[in-house]
Every structure is written in structure tokens, then in C-alpha cells.
Design a protein. Sequence first.
Length: 216
Amino acid sequence: MPTLPPPCPLCGGNPQPYHRDARRDYLQCPDCDLVFVPPQQQLEPAAAEAFYATHRNALDDAGYRRFLARLCEPMIQRLPTGACGLDFGCGPAPALMAMFIAAGFAMRGYDPLFAPDAAALAQQYDFIVSSEVFEHLAEPGAEISRLLVLLRPGGWLGVMTKRVRDREAFAQWHYIRDPTHVCFYSEATFRFIAARHGLLLEFAGADVALLRRPAV
């Protein structure tokens, strides 16, 4: 008897085969358009943590800061003076958090491996930023719901992650070669997320999505 594919980790839909390479299968949900790696083919937590440790992102790396500015600058343009934010998935070198602090915003950071500060997830924020994190989330539906609980009305969620274009480009995409990348989002996926949660959506670049919780 054939094994049923796992449900979509974003919306619970029934996915279809999308792509296969030498290491993994990739499934696509017809409802939310998410492409994801089946759970049984994802790295164990210890192996994923070891791979993360090979990343070299330093606070004073000018190139890394230019990269992060693609998320930081459009977010700052939309924030009121004195806004307080959370860097979700800040990593061991929280350069994005430092950039917002330098711009005059109060910030906290959270990362399940490098900054597991539970208190940071126990308050609300005017904005939340997450750079190169969503592609690592094994359960993005649950994580997005949790983040939105932390977001005040009128607040912004800024997400930087490279987006799926089409099947042909996906097959050649360097992004899928990272074994810790398990979920891949398209513009349609972000439109689904916005509609499901009643958010306003703007695309601020090829890999930046800004979602706003309406003010009450």
C-alpha cells in the first residue's frame, strides 16, 4: 500500500510531488503553494545545529549588513518612533538586531539554539523581523500563528527568505542545496498567509515580504 504524503506544514493541505534530487524529495501544497521537504528527510536537530555552526555571519561584516539592509531599511521606513521589535531567529551574531538598535529602536532577540530566551516570547511587539529563518521552520503554520500573537495591532512582520519562482528554476536553485532549508515560499504562499490571518501584504524586494496586522 503506498505511503500517503505528509500534510502541508503550513496549512494542512494534501501535497503533490514537485521535485526530487539526489538527497531529498520536495512536495508542493496545492492550497498554499508551499514547497517543503518531508519530515523524515529533514536533518535531526543535532545535525542541523552543527550545520548552522558553520555559518560565518559577523556583526561587523559590511557585506552581511548590506544584505540585511534589504529587510531593515524598508521596515524602518514604516515604523513609528520608539517602536519595539523582536528579531526572531537572531542567530549567534545578531547583526539585524544591532542595526535596528543603532537606528533608535528597542529590540529583543530570540533563537531556539543561540538565544533561547523564553521571556522574549512572553510580550508583544510593534514589529517582528525574521531574516533567513522561515526556510528552516519545520512547522511554519504553528510558528507564524505564535508570532502573530506577539504582534500588536498595527504591527509589522518582516520576513526575508528567497522565493520559489517555478519548477524549472527550482531544480537549479542553490537555495535547496542547504540541508537545513526545508520550506520554500512563493508570492502565492505569502498571499495565502496574509489572507488566512487577515494581514496586509507588501513585497519590498525579491526576497522580502512585509505583513501588517491591521490596527483595531
